[in-house]
Design a protein around this ligand. Structure first.
Ligand code: B12
Ligand code: SF4
Length: 462
């Protein structure tokens, strides 16, 4: 039985061009995990990642005609749901394959299945549910009652509650050989020290409850791969693909100090000689852990700081304080680990003055890089149910950093003012004389210069 996994994105889309300019081509990891699990159970699997393979819808169609899959699984994260439907409609004209939709979009809005021709949807983690659907389809059994699946019945959605994966360590490694060519993937110039670089996940979900985050929409809990599993996956990537650079993309990598210290110690003891970066919260690190992380090859940490105003931090339920932010950044810098800050310009309750506090803090912390995002309201997040108390949504694009859905505008600001403040944030951070001098002094190679230039232009042109 043949299964085709599709990542419905186009090389020619605005998003791809934007990503390409930031050199941010990322593999569809969810589909790779699913592909591994299916292969382990004896299914033949092919992956079609439109992001690197398809210029137009016809390219997807040609692949389906050529491969003749029995089952097709589409991954939809958000804005590509429309494209997935357009591809699906054309495939349905000639194919009888079973069509399955999975990913973040259907997880947060199962009703989206009603406006599509997909036969069945999968919410939350897809590995077990997809496998069970394939086994039932193969054995001509009913597709009703499979945990984690949703189906349409007379314009209504019937859901079969998901069963959580109990142990992530039982999963096979995501099979990167399903990719057309692993070396085509270049996770963001500002996240990578050297290429080739592989994206890795060592845990799933996050126990915090920041009101704007989609994590709160998921039912599945924070869970992790053991340090032993992570180490083995790194060794596999080194041995099979000669990759020694990793971008650890977990929502909450540093939550379990014991696990991180164990992993770092093992990387150091085994002399893996690798470089990696990760994301973290300022309140989950300490100097002992940072020290070990540095020794194990951690060269950059991206911190979710969000605001330079305590009232705003409290309102978005970030549960961090300004002194904690200052201590964490200073400890990280002291050890020679680069720091990147994520900030939100335009949270609920924001005024020009609170945004100014954010810009001031970013400059004062003297981070190595900073991203000033505007805020999208995600269905299922806590904010979705209460944003009207604080402002409104503008669905029309046009912001400095192209925002393709549910842009939030706080009550005290207009869209024009918000755009201006976001531009100001970038300008004031990146065009400080001290910052420019520091960057020029730190250029270590021609590649480094190129990276810095690309990183800057990706901010400016997007
Ligand atoms: C990498 C990434 C990207 C990459 C994607 C590259 C690619 N090749 O597709 C890029 C940079 C392109 C991207 C873009 C965007 N992203 Co993004 N991205 C991520 C990130 C960091 C990791 C995704 C990942 O690999 N996760 C790990 C895997 C294992 O989990 P997973 O993808 O959820 O897959 C599991 C299930 O969802 C399910 N599943 C997935 N696909 C399928 C398919 C089938 C058939 C089945 C059965 C199951 C299934 O099974 C998988 C295994 O359990 C997540 C954060 C996160 N932690 O997930 C944000 C995230 C998914 N992105 C998000 C957003 C908002 C966006 C953008 C809209 C940003 C923007 N403003 O432009 C765009 C939209 C892209 C789109 N396609 O519509 C949000 C999603 C919001 C939402 N819907 O809830 C997230 C959750 C980040 C966040 N917290 O805000 N993103
Ligand atoms: S923003 Fe980060 S810390 Fe907050 S809930 Fe989401 S993943 Fe967790």
């Amino acid at each position: 039985m043949k299964i085709l996994l599709i990542n419905p994105l186009l090389k020619s889309s605005d998003m791809f061009l934007k990503l390409k300019s930031a050199n941010n081509i990322i593999p569809p990891m969810g589909l790779l995990y699913i592909g591994s699990v299916l292969q382990k159970s004896g299914f033949e699997v092919k992956l079609l990642d439109g992001l690197v393979s398809c210029d137009k819808i016809e390219d997807f169609i040609a692949e389906v005609k050529n491969y003749k899959p029995d089952i097709i699984g589409f991954s939809s994260m958000f804005s590509n749901f429309k494209l997935a439907n357009r591809i699906l409609k054309k495939i349905k004209l000639f194919s009888k394959s079973l069509m399955i939709l999975g990913g973040n979009y259907v997880t947060e809005d199962p009703n989206c299945l009603l406006n599509s021709d997909f036969n069945i949807g999968v919410v939350e983690e897809g590995e077990k549910t997809f496998l069970n659907i394939c086994l039932n389809w193969k054995n001509k059994k009913s597709l009703l009652n499979i945990p984690g699946s949703i189906i349409k019945n007379k314009n209504k959605i019937i859901s079969f509650p998901p069963e959580e994966l109990d142990d992530l360590n039982k999963l096979p490694f995501p099979d990167r050989s399903l990719l057309k060519n692993i070396y085509l993937y270049k996770p963001g110039i500002v996240n990578v020290k050297e290429l080739p670089c592989a994206l890795m996940f060592t845990s799933r979900n996050c126990p915090y409850e920041c009101i704007y985050c989609n994590v709160t929409a998921k039912k599945s809990k924070y869970k992790e791969h053991s340090s032993k599993y992570v180490l083995a996956e790194m060794e596999y990537l080194i041995n099979k693909f000669k990759i020694r650079n990793f971008w650890i993309s977990d929502d909450m990598f540093t939550l379990n100090k014991k696990r991180i210290m164990k992993l770092c110690k093992a990387i150091y003891d085994k002399k893996l000689n690798i470089n990696w970066s990760c994301m973290s919260r300022v309140d989950t690190i300490d100097s002992k852990m940072l020290n070990l992380m540095k020794k194990a090859g951690c060269w950059q940490i991206d911190y979710g700081i969000e605001s330079g105003n305590q009232k705003i931090l409290d309102l978005i339920n970030k549960k961090i304080t300004l002194p904690t932010i200052r201590t964490a950044i200073s400890e990280t810098k002291k050890l020679g680990i680069k720091t990147k800050g994520f900030f939100i310009i335009g949270s609920p309750g924001e005024t020009k003055s609170t945004i100014n506090d954010t810009i001031k803090l970013a400059c004062e912390l003297d981070l190595d890089s900073a991203c000033f995002f505007s805020l999208s309201i995600i269905k299922g997040s806590k904010l979705y149910g209460m944003y009207e108390d604080y402002g409104f949504i503008d669905n029309h694009d046009g912001l400095f950093l192209k925002q393709n859905f549910n842009l939030f505008i706080p009550k005290s600001l207009t869209k024009k003012e918000l755009v201006k403040l976001q531009k100001t944030a970038y300008f004031r951070f990146y065009f400080r004389l001290s910052y420019i001098i520091k960057q020029l002094i730190s250029i270590s190679s021609l590649q480094d210069l190129k990276n810095k230039f690309l990183g800057l232009t990706s901010f400016i042109w997007n």
